[in-house]
Design a protein around this ligand. Structure first.
Ligand code: GLC
Length: 473
């Protein structure tokens, strides 16, 4: 089967969050399973772009209303990622350091989508299925169905995978003329709450809708930033497929970013060595339990609760625990977290920023990983931490609910129900008690390390769904 994945991110080419990890891994496993898989993404000014060789396989002009942007489709020459990678180069719009956050994001991602379809329509082979990811690619299913110049793609099934339904890519009808020509009888399809809503459009037009965990599929029926009723309406073509993790990249036995490699047989010693390295780097006490947070410091991830929870847990367990935070996001949260540094020197530290290598060391060297998310469509960090023998402490929501079971129920982690400082601190207290019972602690770590979250099984679920929609043609 010939599959196209279209996405704004893909690890290691360009990453902001978990979307990149998924688009960097799922295609590789689909390719290994014998399919012909291609990933298409914008060409940003990243390290990967500079350090790899590309050949231009197509060029053209994107027409966006009155604007005209030249574009090139660049193919990475060696398929080093395990699938064919194509970058859509539109220099004026994407030759920048950041992936998102520009005033012209709507123009940027719309041009990307149009260039991609211009190219795919012109190819001699027509793909079997097009899998779009999140709102940045949400107008593709619409354009395939209704834009005159993509008529050739009308019968190709499209699927939208929702990694985060809170972000929807809305813009005003004043920009309607950006879209390639289509029969205006269909203009209503673009509308949600008086705007063009890219995610809503994708959900309406795609032949199948997936979310990245089964629980998240249930949750968006009552919490989806205004799209709840739409998600209810399309339930018949929706499916929740839990993400996997790339067990080649995330393998404590081989991970080159660790101080010491270890397996399920040697994890006690291995984790301790990584912990010592980490504690050295951040002036923490390696004899005390280490609680870490890795991720974006946003309300959605419970980031606003962290400063208060950390302060309370550190004062209640004075000098008995360590807390380490790696992340960036909301400046207020960043400042609040940094303001604790003075009071809890030796037991608390932060690294404000994004650092992939450090993240690996933290998964390996921590005892517990905090994930107090308000919303978590899947969450990958809890799966990485389980694989590295680090016990996740999670709020039961979305994919966290599907992957972490409380140790009180013979599970692999620690769970609480409310996104509150009180619930987080209660869980930290349970973790402190568990840390003193080494036999029990190690038993739970082993359960986590032995859990299979690999993509092999999951990738089959995607293929089954593609087959289902292909047969509907
Ligand atoms: C988004 C979600 C996260 C999910 C990831 C990959 O970043 O917030 O929960 O794991 O996408 O699907």
């Amino acid at each position: 089967m010939e599959i196209f994945h279209i996405s704004a991110e893909c690890y290691p080419v360009a990453k902001v969050g978990g979307l990149a990890d998924v688009v960097g891994a799922l295609p590789k496993y689909q390719n290994n399973a014998g399919h012909q898989v291609r990933v298409v993404m914008p060409c940003y000014d990243t390290k990967f772009r500079k350090e790899n060789d590309f050949e231009c396989v197509h060029w053209g002009h994107v027409k966006l209303g009155n604007f005209n942007f030249p574009f090139n489709i660049l193919k990475e020459k060696t398929d080093s990622l395990g699938f064919e990678l194509y970058l859509v180069e539109i220099q004026e719009l994407f030759d920048r350091k950041d992936i998102y956050g520009y005033q012209d994001d709507i123009e940027r991602f719309l041009s990307f989508q149009i260039a991609t379809l211009d190219w795919i329509t012109g190819r001699s082979e027509i793909p079997d299925v097009i899998n779009c990811h999140d709102h940045h690619t949400g107008l593709i299913p619409f354009m395939m169905l209704y834009c005159h110049k993509y008529e050739k793609l009308r019968n190709i099934p499209s699927m939208i995978t929702i990694h985060n339904g809170l972000y929807q890519g809305q813009f005003g009808f004043d920009k309607l003329y950006y879209l390639p020509e289509f029969d205006l009888a269909h203009v209503k399809v673009l509308e949600w709450d008086n705007c063009i809503n890219s995610l809503a459009v994708a959900v309406k037009c795609a032949w199948a809708v997936t979310t990245v965990s089964p629980s998240y599929l249930n949750e968006i029926n009552y919490y989806a930033n205004g799209l709840e009723s739409l998600f209810n309406l399309v339930r018949y073509k929706s499916r929740g497929i839990l993400n996997g993790i790339d067990i080649e990249v995330w393998d404590p036995a081989k991970d080159a970013m660790l101080e010491k490699n270890y397996s399920v047989k040697t994890f006690e010693k291995g984790k301790q060595e990584n912990k010592e390295k980490l504690c050295n780097l951040f002036n923490l006490d390696p004899t005390k339990p280490l609680f870490s947070f890795i991720g974006r410091l946003l309300e959605e991830k419970g980031g606003d609760l962290l400063p208060h929870a950390a302060a309370l847990a550190l004062s209640e367990n004075y000098q008995q625990i360590n807390i380490l935070i790696l992340g960036s996001g909301n400046k207020v949260i960043e400042n609040q977290l940094n303001s604790l540094l003075q009071d809890y020197k030796g037991n608390y530290n932060t690294f404000i920023g994004y650092n992939e290598e450090l993240a690996h060391l933290i998964y390996a060297g921590s005892d517990f990983l905090l994930m107090p998310s308000r919303v978590e469509p899947c969450g990958l960090n809890q799966m990485y931490s389980l694989r590295y023998g680090t016990i996740p402490i999670v709020r039961r929501t979305g994919g966290l609910r599907d992957t972490v079971i409380d140790f009180g129920d013979d599970g692999n982690g620690i769970c609480h129900d409310q996104a509150t400082v009180g619930d987080i601190c209660y869980s930290i207290q349970r973790a402190v008690d568990l840390y003193d019972d080494k036999k029990h602690l190690n038993k739970i770590r082993k359960i986590g390390m032995n859990t299979d979250h690999s993509w092999e099984r999951v990738c089959q679920e995607y293929i089954e769904l593609y087959n289902l929609i292909i047969n509907k043609k």
